[in-house]
Design a protein around this ligand. Structure first.
Ligand code: NAD
Length: 486
């Protein structure tokens, strides 16, 4: 049986309290192993190790040396690709077919993409005129922010954790990561990779546990943490913001969404069906950028709905290692209870269940897993809770619309503002509508097409700040102005 320990100062350590919790596989509810739960002592040790590492050998590396080391980390993840894949798919239940082209390669690429950004980033400089005529020179100089707490979710565990650890380390910080309690494996494995690559002890630390009154809260409240970067639910983001307010620590919050897809009659309908299918159902609908509200122009509504139903019926549920499977279970029984409560609520709120709506019969070996049917609804009112709240499952609601003005208002009628997808072959309309979306990311005729140099983050209650490319530098470094009188 696996034992997931903390990774502190370059070593795997057990909790002093010996407190552990179970890690179960959502495919069949089998026990993967036990996870050590960090108390205040382990969190304190991890933060102090990270603090000390700032002024150790790590702090003395040149930028080029740091980048070379992080490139090595990416290479090593790729060299141990199958182990990362196996660990990720066991924790999440997601198909190998998907994780092998999204989660693991992107998990590795996050260490190289930001290194390149940093290596090519210029600094700002201003020449100032002074009364004596000699002038002064202002130079922007970036230094690491210090110890960064990284709090990550379970839906894309390796990818979303390295999305923050990559730039944090590239900028010379040290990190303490608290992965989701549901998915401890790949973050734990990354500790081995850090040691194999010669990353100095204390630079990358991992503590396991839950949020409130556990590792997450202890870490975000720790006074020696300089900044906190978080991905997860909006409500958790609020708690973290409160914790960060003590000592005025900087935060970056990537939170929930209730993202619209807008399908105009002048779209390429097959492209729109393919993209909307992915955006609603990939990763069993557990993607923050996923589309849960689909607005379709009335003249093609019936045709679009029929094509979506045909494609949903073709989804192949199966074990991660099944080469045909493209649809896995939800991450846990608890999350399935939540999603199912929305399936019931949709019916109470008057939805027509077009397809799905329940639990599939997966046979005796898998029925203990967190399987759920991909589901499409129609007929809900715009103020239904199912339309307004993030479900984070494989489901979407389709609603017809008649005008551009109407659909822009409908799409923006939400507290969230993470992403939107627009399907049209009319490029003027695409730009016009995209500019009106109250969202951090808008895709036209695509979805989840990511360029790691671009800004990533949410508007409204979907987050605070932007990461990605040079935007990450704003969060992960302290910009100091040096003024030199000539
Ligand atoms: P969550 O907020 O429940 O948990 C995320 C992490 O926060 C976990 O590690 C958890 O242990 C920790 N945590 C919980 N309470 C805490 C507290 N009080 N203090 C410190 N840490 C605490 O989210 P989840 O269920 O793991 O993930 C799903 C959510 O994440 C969805 O809302 C989804 O939209 C969002 N998400 C957003 C993005 C994005 O980029 N915007 C990406 C992926 C997921």
């Amino acid at each position: 049986m696996n034992e997931f320990k903390h990774f502190i100062n370059g070593e795997y350590v057990a909790s002093r309290s010996s407190k552990t919790f179970e890690n179960r596989c959502p495919v069949d509810n089998s026990l993967i192993g036990r996870v050590h739960e960090a108390g205040r002592d382990e969190v304190d040790a991890a933060v102090r190790a990270a603090r000390a590492a700032l002024t150790g050998p790590w702090g003395r590396l040149t930028q080029a040396q740091r980048i070379a080391l992080l490139n090595k980390v990416a290479e090593r993840i790729n060299a141990r690709f199958d182990e990362f894949l196996e660990a990720e798919c066991r924790d999440t239940g997601k198909p190998h077919k998907i994780a092998s082209y999204i989660d693991i390669p992107r998990g590795a690429a996050n260490f190289t993409a930001f290194s390149e950004t940093l290596a090519n980033h210029s600094t700002e400089g201003f020449r100032l005129d002074t009364p004596d005529g000699k002038g002064a020179l202002n130079i922007g100089h970036r230094t690491p922010k210090g110890v960064i707490a990284v709090i990550s979710p379970w839906n894309l565990p390796l990818l979303l954790m390295t999305w923050k650890v990559g730039p944090a380390l590239a900028c010379g910080n040290t990190v303490v990561v608290k992965p989701s309690e549901e998915t401890p494996a790949t973050t734990t494995l990354l500790g081995e990779v850090m040691n194999e690559c010669g990353v100095p002890p204390g630079v990358f630390n991992v503590v396991h546990g839950f949020g409130p009154d556990s590792a997450g809260e202890f870490l975000t409240r720790h006074p020696l943490v300089d900044a906190i970067t978080f991905t997860g639910e909006t409500r958790t983001g609020e708690a973290i913001m409160k914790a960060a307010s003590v000592g005025l620590r900087n935060i970056s919050l990537e939170c929930g969404g209730k993202n619209p897809g807008i399908v105009f009659a002048d779209c390429d309908i097959e492209k729109a069906v393919e993209g909307t299918m992915r955006s609603a159902f990939v990763n069993c609908g557990q993607v923050c950028l996923g589309t849960e509200r689909v607005y379709v122009e009335r003249s093609i509504f019936d045709r679009f709905l029929a094509r979506m139903k045909e494609e949903v019926a073709k989804l192949k549920l199966g074990r991660p290692e099944d080469p045909e499977a493209n649809f896995g279970p939800l991450v846990s029984q608890a999350h399935r209870d939540k999603v199912l409560s929305y399936y019931r609520l949709a019916e109470q709120e008057g939805a027509t269940v077009e397809i799905g709506g329940g639990i599939p019969d997966m046979g005796p070996e898998l029925n203990g897993g967190a399987w759920i049917e991909p589901t499409i609804w129609t007929g809900l009112a715009d103020d239904a809770r199912v339309i307004r709240e993030e479900i984070f499952g494989p489901c979407c609601h389709l609603r017809p619309f008649d005008s551009e003005e109407e659909v822009v208002a409908l799409a923006n009628d939400t507290h969230y503002g993470l992403a939107a997808a627009i399907w049209t072959e009319n490029s003027s309309r695409a730009v016009r509508v995209a500019e009106q979306m109250e969202a951090g990311i808008v895709w036209v005729n695509s979805w989840f097409l990511r360029d790691l140099r671009t800004a990533f983050g949410g508007a409204k209650q979907s987050g605070i700040g932007r990461e990605g490319g040079v935007h990450g530098l704003e969060f992960y470094t302290e910009l100091k102005n040096i003024c030199i009188k000539l």
